[in-house]
Design a protein around this ligand. Structure first.
Ligand code: PRP
Ligand code: HPA
Ligand code: MG
Length: 172
């Protein structure tokens, strides 16, 4: 390490999310989105958007799903944004070139950098995330739970059940 704090170290507070909780939060998101749609297609921001996109598409009966593949965090440290794969021509056409009637889905917005880049690609699309931190929140049209900027969310696909020592033995 070069002495710089990682995003997770800056965040401090941990917010672990179980599969069950995540599924319930995605279902709650679809209740809200159902009032806004219908949508021609779902665009998942990979990789974190893949799981919520599958659940949302299933609930809303959408069968056309595309991806925009963006990487910026190496584990918990944000670098430059890299678009590894853009939106397909077919999905672009469905959204009339501006994203009208398309639903962008991601697991969360943090600084908002990823969301901003995708919004620029599809300015008229609806952008939904399950979780939002204050900096990214203005970019999102619909989300379920806001956590503070100094919280790090642990998703179920990044974690595993492990032993936790008793409090009296020094567990935090
Ligand atoms: O609002 P931001 O500060 O841009 O951060 C949010 C983005 O960061 C994470 O993706 P990441 O780049 O870690 O890739 P991944 O989805 O493949 O894990 C997350 O899934 C969001 O897409
Ligand atoms: O809080 C977070 N959790 C997981 N991945 C992330 N990518 C940006 N912020 C986060
Ligand atoms: Mg992501």
């Amino acid at each position: 390490m070069n002495g710089e704090l990682t995003a997770q170290e800056r965040a401090g507070k941990a917010f672990p999310v179980s599969w069950d909780q995540f599924h319930r939060d995605c279902r709650a998101l679809t209740w809200r989105l159902n009032e806004v749609g219908p949508f021609h297609a779902v665009i998942a921001i990979t990789r974190g958007g893949l799981v919520p996109a599958a659940i949302v598409a299933r609930e809303l009966g959408v069968r056309i799903i595309d991806t925009v593949c963006i990487a910026s965090y190496d584990h918990d440290k944000q670098g430059d944004l890299q678009v590894l794969k853009g939106i397909s021509d077919a999905a672009m056409k469905l959204g009339g070139g501006t994203g009208k009637g398309l639903l962008i889905v991601d697991d969360l917005v943090d600084t908002g950098k990823t969301g901003k880049l995708v919004r620029e690609m599809l300015p008229d699309a609806h952008f939904a995330t399950v979780y939002a931190k204050p900096k990214g929140r203005p970019l999102v049209d619909t989300f379920i739970t806001e956590v503070s900027q100094d919280t790090w969310i642990f998703f179920p696909w990044d974690t595993a059940l492990s032993y936790h020592p008793p409090l009296r033995d020094g567990a935090a």
